[in-house]
Design a protein around this ligand. Structure first.
Ligand code: AP5
Length: 220
């Protein structure tokens, strides 16, 4: 069983790798960003609360995101491990996570820190779009569909951009990352859980490195 956290700035490739690693290891990915976007789309109470924070690039209040994680990580499909993509994002969330896990005799095993510079992130985010039907993520600079305008996975011809992928919001998301999330690097380093990943590398290279680390961890 391997419980994993993907830590990194917006656009560093966490979501892209989470879906690939999830398939390879047969464990679920829990992405707070994805859950929140679905709630916004459904116009639920959570979605209504989250929308303005997300659109401004700020963090949604801890109570809301902790509630999402709280029950999810103890569901049956998480018994063999899970990947947390985008959670925790500040010290309070990290401490709450540790205490939730330890009360069930569980723990985090590896924290992957996706390292990359801000300039590339802005280009990656500016180029990001996804299939409206299946959600597969593309990039106009780095990853186009094999056949122009047709999704590789479900053949849909409809694509969309994320509402928070505009220049103003992206700058704020990066600021929030540097102000609130970066301190988690030290936190997990001290716990000896941190593994740095050169997120500038190509998608397959990053993937190979992640799998190599997880496989080495599982041997012991
Ligand atoms: P969230 O959805 O988590 O967004 P994020 O952290 O800003 O991360 P992104 O999804 O933008 O980037 P990514 O690292 O997944 O990159 P991707 O793989 O898509 O959060 C959104 C919002 O929700 C937050 O701002 C906040 O408001 C709220 N929220 C979420 N969690 C919260 C929490 N815990 N607490 C409070 N609020 C929370 O890749 C990006 C692009 O690059 C893609 O186009 C991809 O194709 C391309 N790409 C990926 N890898 C490579 C590569 N190696 N080479 C070239 N291109 C690549």
């Amino acid at each position: 069983m391997t419980n994993i956290i993907f830590l990194g700035p917006p656009g560093s490739g966490k979501g892209t790798q989470a879906s690939m690693v999830s398939k390879e290891l047969n464990v679920p990915t829990i992405s707070t960003g994805e859950v929140l976007r679905k709630q916004v789309e459904m116009e639920s109470e959570i979605g209504k609360t989250a929308k303005s924070y997300m659109n401004s690039g700020g963090l949604v209040p801890d109570a809301v995101v902790v509630d999402i994680i709280k029950n999810r990580i103890f569901e049956d499909d998480c018994q063999n491990g899970f990947i947390l993509d985008g959670f925790p994002r500040n010290m309070n969330q990290a401490v709450v996570l540790d205490s939730m896990l330890s009360s069930f005799n569980k723990k985090i095993d590896i924290v992957f820190n996706f390292e990359i510079n801000d300039e590339i992130l802005i280009k990656r985010i500016a180029g990001r779009y996804s299939c409206k039907k299946c959600g597969l993520v593309y990039n106009s600079y780095f990853k186009l569909p094999k056949k122009e305008g047709i999704c590789d996975n479900c053949k849909s011809t409809q694509f969309e951009n994320r509402e928070d992928d505009n220049e103003h919001t992206v700058k704020n998301r990066l600021k929030v990352y540097h102000n609130s999330t970066v301190e988690l690097i030290e936190y997990y380093k001290k716990k000896n859980l941190l593994c740095s990943i050169e997120a500038i590398e190509s998608v397959p290279l990053v993937f190979d490195r992640l799998i190599e680390v997880v496989q080495n961890f599982s041997k012991y």
